[in-house]
Design a protein around this ligand. Structure first.
Ligand code: IPE
Ligand code: IPE
Ligand code: MG
Length: 258
């Protein structure tokens, strides 16, 4: 086995057959994750769905730290979709309580890990105290230079695009000369200033995007894992990165540009 240094903290073992001696593992700048399967994971063990959500929230702390140690710069995670309000109100309340706690804990953790936290999604539907917790966390962590953890809360890709169009229309009224193109449109999205993900991972076996980052994932590599989110480990993250390294990214062209 050959040890490759991918960042100052994280070493992986790669079989010699996997690589040439000069190969360097390319770490994507931005990884997006649909953290799915909390409920099924809990049910499998005879527990209720809330137990799965709590374990899922604990696992996010572990994976965010691992991502940071691997040298990933941006990690975007799908925590609550615009469609998740359809769930029973008891489950929605539990999820909102968990988010509250996560945001609170993150002030301390973000400082310790030099992590910047930002939130995307439609905030107006969230309880005022959750909106305040988001703002406090964003302000407290805005100068941290390590991993940027982008949490999608009450997020839907279609909703984000509609909000972006509305914001653009207001700007166009003020500056009739501006011309819309892909770059400018990106500036009206919640994810402005953050590069598109190179890699998107979904746990739990579903092979769909469920309204996640539908603009930003246009050219991302997708990696679907059978494991449920609470059992997804840093080794699984590294497996996804290794798979990403084997892909030839052509962006519509003919040459391997990866
Ligand atoms: C993901 O797990 C968490 C949220 C969507 C909030 P699920 O709650 O979707 O778990 P499954 O897919 O029902 O197992
Ligand atoms: C996607 O998972 C949303 C989150 C992980 C937050 P869902 O469980 O809500 O997606 P569907 O219903 O299987 O498409
Ligand atoms: Mg699900």
């Amino acid at each position: 086995m050959n040890m490759i240094k991918v960042s100052k903290l994280f070493y992986i073992e790669v079989a010699m057959a996997d690589m040439t001696t000069t190969d360097q593992l390319k770490i994507p700048k931005h990884v997006a994750i649909i953290m799915d399967g909390n409920g099924r994971w809990a049910k499998k063990q005879g527990k209720n769905r809330t137990y799965g959500h709590k374990s899922g929230s604990d696992n996010l702390k572990v994976i965010a730290r691992a991502a940071s140690d691997m040298g990933i710069k941006y990690l975007t995670v799908y925590a609550f979709s615009t469609e998740n309000w359809k769930r029973p109100s008891t489950e929605v309340s539990f999820l909102m309580g968990l988010l509250r706690q996560y945001l609170k804990d993150s002030i301390k953790n973000a400082k310790k890990d030099n992590m910047r936290v930002v939130v995307i999604g439609r905030r107006s539907d969230l309880d005022p105290d959750i909106r305040e917790a988001i703002e406090s966390l964003e302000v407290a962590s805005k100068n941290h230079t390590g991993l940027t953890l982008q949490i999608a809360i009450n997020y839907g890709g279609r909703d984000e695009i509609i909000r972006a169009i509305k914001a653009y229309e207001i700007e166009k009224e003020k500056h009739p000369d501006i011309e819309l193109d892909e770059k400018l449109f990106g500036d009206f999205l919640d994810t402005k200033d953050i590069p598109d993900p190179e890699l998107m991972i979904r746990t739990s076996g579903e092979v769909r995007s469920s309204n996640f980052l539908i603009w930003q994932l246009a050219y991302s590599e997708f990696f679907f894992v059978k494991k449920h989110w609470p059992e997804f480990t840093s080794d699984d993250l590294m497996e996804a990165i290794k798979a990403y390294n084997k892909v030839s990214r052509r962006f519509g062209g003919l040459k391997d540009e990866s």
